[in-house]
Design a protein around this ligand. Sequence first.
Ligand code: CS2
Length: 476
Amino acid sequence: MTGSIRLKRVKPAAKVGIIHIGPGAFFRAFNAVYTHEAMALAGGDWGILAVSLKSTKARDQLLPQGYMYTSVTRSQSGSRHDIIGAIVDVRAAPENPLSIVKAMADPAVKIVSMTITEKGYCHEPATGRLNLNHPDIQHDLAHLDTPKSAVGFIVAALSRRKDAGLSSFTVLSCDNLPSNGKLARSVVLEFARLISADLSDWIEENATFPATMVDRITPATTTEDIARLEAEAGYYDPACVVHEAFRQWVIEDDFVDGRPEWESVGAQMVDSVAAHETMKLRCLNGTHSTLAYLGYLAGFETIADCVANPDFAALCEKLWREEIMPTLQPPDGEDLDSYCARLLERYRDPTIRHLTWQIAMDGSQKLPQRILGTISDNLANGTIPRGLVLAVAAWMRYVGGADENGEPIDVRDPLADRLKQISDASIDKVSALLNIEEVFSRELADNPQFRDAVAAAYNSISENGTFDAVQSYVRA
Ligand code: CS2
C-alpha cells in the first residue's frame, strides 16, 4: 500500500483516566469504541494509555496517526467506518517498564483495564491459582520496579499508590474467563502477599475488581482488510480493526473512583455478571472452540465456512440444545433459545473471516472454561455429552501437530511443545493428554465414562475422519 494519506487527530486528546493493558484488535474494536462513544456523549477525562506487554506493533502503527484508527463494522449490507479517538498514548512496556509503573501510580488514573487473553493471568487454568513457576512471575517477584507481567505491573503500581497515600484504581478484567474479576483479584493478592502481607491487605481493602462479560467477534486484521479500507475510504490505516456489528458488554458496577458513562452507549451495568459470563463462555466460546478443532481438521478455514455446511451447523444446534443449555441459568433479560439462534446468524456472516486456526490457539488455556465445565455438569447429571467430548478428542488430534493429510499444523499454545512431545511419545495418547493437570481436573480425568468416551471419539476421528465423526454425532 502507498501509505500516502494517514489519519490525523483533529481535536486535542482527553487526559488519561484509563490505562489499558493489551492494545490488540479486540480492545480496539470494543473497549476503546465504547469509551470513545461514552466520552462523545457524556464527556469525562477517560483518555486511554494503551500498554503492550510484549511487542511494539500497536505503538508503531498508532503513533504516526496520533493514535487514531478506524473501527470497521462489516456485515452483509456493507462496511461502516468510525474513527476512534479514545486512545491518547500507546507504549511498549519492555522499552521502559518503570515508566508504566509510574503512569499507573498517577492519581489521575482511575481504572486499569486489560485484554491480555487467558494466558496473561499467569494462572493454572484448572485451579485458578497463580503459577509461581511462570518465568514472568518469578522475574517480577525479584524485580518489582521493572515488571513483565500484568499482575506485576498492577501490584508494583498499587504498592506505590499505597506508599504515597493515594487511593487505589479499579482493576477491570475484560478477558473470556469465568469470574474474570475474581481471578484477577486472586492472582494480584497472591502475588502481593509474596511481596508483603501489608500490601496485600491494603489492596484487599482498597481495590475493586469488577467482573465483565465482553462480546464482539473480531478476527485479526489482515493486509486485505487494510487494502479494502484504503479502497473504500481513500486512506491507509494499518491499525484498523474489522468486526461484526453485534456487541455486548456486561459490567459489575463496582468502581473505586468513577468510570466512563458506558451505559449511555449500551453497556449493561449489573450487580453480578456470573450468569451472563457462563452463558457466553459456554454457548459462544464453547462452540467456537468446537468448530475451531473439528472444523480445522475437516478442512474449513473460517467459522462461516464451517457453519455453511449443514452438518456443522447442526452440530452447533445439537450442542446448544442437548449439552449446553441444560447446564445454564439464563441471566435476567436473556432467552437462551434466541441467544443461540442469534449466535448461529453471527457465525454465518461470510464477511467476518474468523479463522478456525486463530480460535484454536491456546486451547490448553481455553478448554476448562469453555468446554470441560459443561462436560462435568453433564456427567454430574448422568449424561455423557458426546458432542463436547468429540471436541476434546479433536483438540487432542489437533495438538498432535498433523492434519488428516499428514500436513503439519502450526499449533500455538503455551504448552505446545509439551503437548507435541506427549502425543509423539505415547501409545495411549488420550490417557497421556488427560493426565495434564493444568487442563483436566483430577475428578474429570479420573471419570471412567469420560475417559472411555474421549477414547472412542478419538478413535472415530482417527479411523473415519473428522467429517464422518461429526456426521455420526449429528445424525445419531
Ligand atoms: C474466540 C473469541 O478467539 C477465540 O477464542 O472464541 O475471541 C470470540 O470471538 C470472542 O469471545 C467473541 O466475543
